[in-house]
Write a protein that binds this ligand. Structure first.
Ligand SMILES: Nc1ncnc2c1ncn2[C@@H]1O[C@H](COP(=O)(O)OP(=O)(O)OP(=O)(O)O)[C@@H](O)[C@H]1O
Length: 268
């Protein structure tokens, strides 16, 4: 199986030229406190449209809290979150979804009694404009065509009619990615997509992520450095609620401070 690494300079600038807009995501001075505990402290982060960013850090560094502040699951204690130029700091999660923000979760949210294709189709229905219509006796052909496209994007076309309960774990994670892609998102947050995957499944995941359409930017939280560094163009390192280093994957991999804190010391 061949894995194509992202060209870090050309792909980003090409995408920026194509989109011609401001940052996809912009966090300014974001902090999040749980009582006296500072889970996030003064986070400032800019991600350009189409950019692929990895956020790495030890357990408890604040990565999931960061995602929750971006998605609207948590309201930051201080600071602001902008999505494609719009201040969404106080927007509910569904309002951000409507603007094209998606995420995957560490826990599975699939309908195990339905087929792969039906799960994706339902996800497409969920984010379509007509989702509140009760008068839909037949399948929507356009949404089904989209679901068929997505099944191919995540390499599940050969088992599209298989029930989710019969899928291998890695295939279920691939399906979750397809569901996050429903409704043509502008930006996706991937929460540890490689967790629990076999080496073969990880290679498949790398292929899927690097093969996503160029305009589709994302942030990936990942403990697997090999996956994270191969699917990202820029890396932000977190520790104790702060981003302490940013750089390209090769720079991060060779950085002595990163090695001391993360690579050398493990993340437990
Ligand atoms: N809802 C919550 N209530 C109280 N404390 C929380 C809550 N969510 C997270 N925390 C705390 O905030 C800190 C950051 O947690 P967070 O889950 O964001 O870290 P993480 O980097 O995602 O860790 P992991 O890699 O283990 O998932 C931790 O000390 C955690 O215990």
């Amino acid at each position: 199986m061949s894995v194509t690494a992202i060209d870090p300079t050309r792909s980003v600038s090409d995408r920026l030229e194509a989109t011609g807009t401001s940052n996809a995501l912009e966090l300014r001075g974001v902090s999040k406190y749980f009582g006296a505990l500072a889970a996030l402290q003064d986070i400032t982060l800019s991600v350009r449209p189409g950019e692929r960013r990895a956020v790495l850090g030890s357990n408890g560094a604040g990565k999931t809290t960061l995602f929750n502040c971006i998605t609207g699951d948590f309201l930051p204690t201080h600071g602001s979150v902008r999505f494609f130029g719009e201040d969404v700091t106080e927007f509910a999660a569904h309002e951000r979804i409507r603007r094209g923000l998606r995420r995957t979760y560490q826990i599975s949210l699939l309908f195990t009694g339905l087929s792969v294709l039906d799960n994706i189709y339902l996800a497409c229905c969920g984010v379509s404009r007509n989702r509140f219509s009760f008068l839909r006796p037949r399948r929507n052909d356009a949404l089904m065509a989209t679901a068929e496209d997505l099944v191919r994007v995540v390499h599940l076309e050969d088992i599209k009619n298989t029930k989710v309960s019969a899928l291998a774990y890695g295939q279920q994670r691939q399906l979750e990615i397809a569901m996050a892609l429903s409704g043509a998102p502008r930006f996706i947050l991937f929460d540890e997509p490689a967790a629990g995957l076999s080496p073969t499944e990880r290679s498949e995941l790398i292929e899927i992520l690097t093969g996503l359409p160029g305009h589709m930017g994302y942030i990936i939280i990942e403990h697997d450095m090999d996956v994270a560094l191969r699917v990202s163009e820029q890396v932000s390192m977190m520790h104790n609620g702060r981003i302490f280093k940013e750089g390209k994957p090769a720079e991060i991999e060779e950085d002595p401070e990163v090695q001391a804190l993360y690579l050398g010391g493990g993340h437990d």
